[in-house]
Design a protein around this ligand. Structure first.
Ligand SMILES: C#C[C@@H]1N[C@@H](C)[C@@H](O)[C@H]1O
Length: 439
């Protein structure tokens, strides 16, 4: 064991009600919205295929020039209630909102920065309106917050001089002030998801990451904090130098997922993945033809994959500059919502089932010990192979949506053929298993 002053603080998964709610929510919506939505990936007539929220970087735009976009920020179609209803109808139980992305533009009227909604033609506190509207729909609000801030001249990528150190200390104080401001203005916030914490400057200030976590937990009892904020005494991120998870849940699965056979270690801790619908666009990009766009079933596969391994999934939406969503995103939210309406019982408040992964799809386990089979790939054999853990047998199986009895034949010890439904549901479907645990 290495002695650490700023290592992991939790021993194992948090079991308090706030963390249980985080876990039970399972499906979230990411909202990436900022000045980058105005150019939508294009600068001076050139379209950049990279992530649209990084356009300032791709096009090498100086900050003072980039911030002139504030004069065009006027999302006249923005309607927080419409946004909240869209998330509700999708079946999302929480939303993660970019309070401030790397560009440094704040969706709330921060008194610590001149780059906020208050200094735009629109003026209104967009973050406040969103928090209120989502909460009124029963949706928990999480805050995305980028520590790296391209608009702040005190930010440093590394600390190489006394001047760097003095400037970065000012920057960390500025960041503390903004975090305290967010906690005070929006006390119903349930989580902080930190990003922009990969630079050497942060890794050399692991103490601050531990301080920021502790400060927010004192201001907002029960709040959850992601592992991506954290660096320990030696600059180790996410997991400390003793291999322990820092923060309350692991947040490294960005646009990727753990392997259901090789990476079962993730079931030991809480974790949350986030994903984009195009290959890599978080902010609004005007041209979605530049990369593959995932279909609703491909998004649903990733949602189920995460839950089957004890994780959450956050699906990203990049609203337009005018405050409306592109048609493809509205259609996606509707399609996911339709599926979650029928099969959400196998997702919400469900967890890793401890059954060996099979080719036909994924397992989840409900709170009352019921096991769900979420079938994405129906085999020509019309038999779904199930291998049960030692001491567990299948008593009965039924189609979740209709309660149709599903024939189960034991083929050998702890191995069964579960029949497919009489009529192919024509979409990923769920079979509920009633299992018996040997005394
Ligand atoms: C890199 C990077 C950032 N992390 C994702 C969650 C997006 O915010 C992207 O810009």
């Amino acid at each position: 064991e290495i002695y650490l002053k700023y290592g992991a603080t939790n021993e194992g998964k948090r079991q308090d009600s706030a963390m249980q709610k985080f876990r039970d929510n399972r499906l979230g919506v990411f909202i990436h919205w900022g000045l980058y939505a105005i150019p939508g990936g294009e600068w001076n007539g050139k379209v950049y295929a990279g992530a649209a929220e990084w356009l300032k970087s791709w096009a090498k735009v100086p900050s003072n020039e980039w911030m002139q976009l504030m004069s065009q920020w006027n999302p006249t179609k923005f309607d927080a209630k419409k946004w909240a209803v869209m998330a509700k109808e999708m079946g999302a139980k929480y939303v993660k909102i970019t309070t401030k992305h790397h560009e440094g533009f704040c969706l709330w009227p921060s008194k610590y920065s001149k780059y906020t909604v208050a200094s735009t033609p629109y003026k209104r506190d967009l973050l406040g309106e969103m928090v209120k509207a989502y909460n009124e729909e029963g949706i928990d609000v999480h805050f995305y917050f980028s520590v790296m801030d391209w608009s702040n001249s005190d930010y440093r990528y590394d600390i190489k001089s006394q001047e760097d150190s003095i400037a970065f200390s000012r920057f960390l104080e500025f960041t503390d002030n903004q975090l305290k401001e967010l906690a005070a203005r929006y006390p119903t916030v349930k989580d902080f998801w930190f990003d922009g914490t990969w630079d050497a400057s942060i890794k050399k200030n692991g103490w601050w990451t531990a301080h920021a976590e502790q400060m927010l937990k004192e201001l907002l009892p029960g709040v959850t904090i992601n592992s991506r904020l954290r660096a320990d005494d030696k600059g180790k991120r996410h997991f400390d130098s003793n291999g322990r998870l820092m923060g309350d849940y692991e947040s490294g699965y960005e646009r990727r997922l753990p392997d259901p056979v090789q990476d079962l270690k993730v079931t030991q801790w809480d974790w949350e993945a986030c994903m984009t619908v195009p290959e890599n666009q978080w902010g609004y990009h005007k041209d979605w033809s530049l990369s593959y766009i995932k279909t609703p079933f491909e998004v649903i596969d990733r949602i189920v994959h995460a839950v089957s391994m004890g994780g959450n999934m956050v699906v990203n939406f990049g609203p337009q500059a005018d405050g409306d969503f592109r048609p493809e995103e509205k259609a996606l939210a509707t399609a996911i919502g339709k599926w979650m309406q029928c099969y959400g019982k196998a997702i919400y408040a469900c967890d890793y089932a401890e059954f060996d992964k099979q080719d036909w799809g994924y397992y989840t386990r409900g709170k009352n010990g019921e096991v769900y089979m979420i079938v994405f790939n129906q085999p020509y054999s019309e038999r779904l192979i199930v291998k049960t853990p030692k001491g567990i047998s299948i008593e009965q199986a039924s189609l979740l949506t209709t309660n149709e009895n599903i024939v189960v034949v034991e083929t050998t010890r702890n191995e069964y053929n579960v029949s497919v439904p009489q009529k192919n549901p024509g979409e990923p479907y769920v079979i509920q298993l009633k299992i018996r645990v040997a005394e």
